[in-house]
Design a protein. Structure first.
Length: 66
């Protein structure tokens, strides 16, 4: 995936993890918003369990679009 721009790579990472947490939280019958918050924490630069976004500026761009 080195040929993708970092902005698109970060979007893919965010969407994949949000999709996984959506499936898990639906199975657990919990509110999906909690799953999205958890996905945001896991993708963010503070927790290094999963690959994180490469540039904090990309997060700001996606937040402005959202």
């Amino acid at each position: 995936m080195n040929h993708l721009p970092p902005l698109i790579h970060d979007l893919g990472l965010i969407l994949i993890l949000a999709g996984l947490t959506t499936l898990i939280f639906k199975k657990l019958r919990q509110p999906l918003v909690l799953g999205y918050l958890l996905a945001g924490l896991l993708v963010g630069p503070n927790i290094n369990l999963f690959p994180t976004v490469t540039d904090i500026g990309n997060i700001r761009i996606w937040a402005d679009i959202g």
